[in-house]
Write a protein that binds this ligand. Structure first.
Ligand code: FES
Ligand code: FES
Length: 160
């Protein structure tokens, strides 16, 4: 076991983990942050996406030992049912959610994009979400949701 110190959703954590433990396992099993989903477990679906120091990353491909000193943001750090983030609300408003399994990862990738580029083009949205697979929606409404979120963020001046 190794001890790792890092920040998750603005809370300092210092925990013991297995040497070969993935960040996805640590988040879900030790920290009970189960909004981050496990799909493929090998970097192909994006369901496990979190931000590490502001960049979207597949947490199934990262060992927890690698995030020493880093800042992690999971979907729980973005918004929840009582207080949905404007990005989550835009997904709802655009009807972009079906089974919902891919949505936490989609929202995290959308957040990382809109933080960097408040008014992304359609190509930039597709590019930013290219690592996030959705089996249900066909992506059109997801792209619309990101565009809508960008507009609302601009109008309201919400800080990401
Ligand atoms: S579970 Fe990590 S990319 Fe699929
Ligand atoms: S809404 Fe079902 S996988 Fe995307």
């Amino acid at each position: 076991m190794i001890t790792v110190k890092f920040e998750v959703n603005n809370i300092e954590r210092e925990i013991e983990v297995r040497d070969n433990e993935t960040l996805l396992e640590t988040l879900r099993e030790r920290l009970k942050l189960i909004g981050t989903k496990e799909g493929c477990g090998k970097g192909e679906c994006g369901a496990c996406t979190v931000m590490i120091d502001g960049k979207p990353v597949a947490s199934c491909l990262v060992l927890t030992g690698q995030v020493e000193g880093k800042s992690i943001v999971t979907i729980e750090g973005i918004g929840d049912v009582e207080n949905p983030h404007v990005i989550q609300q835009s997904y709802i408003d655009e009807g972009a959610i079906q089974c919902g399994f891919c949505i936490p990862g989609m929202v995290v990738s959308s957040y990382a994009l809109l933080k960097e580029k408040p008014e992304p083009s359609e190509e930039e949205i597709k590019d930013a979400l290219s690592g996030n697979l959705c089996r249900c929606t066909g992506y059109r409404k997801i792209i619309a949701a990101v565009k809508t979120a960008g507009k609302k963020i601009k109008e309201t001046g919400v800080e990401l």
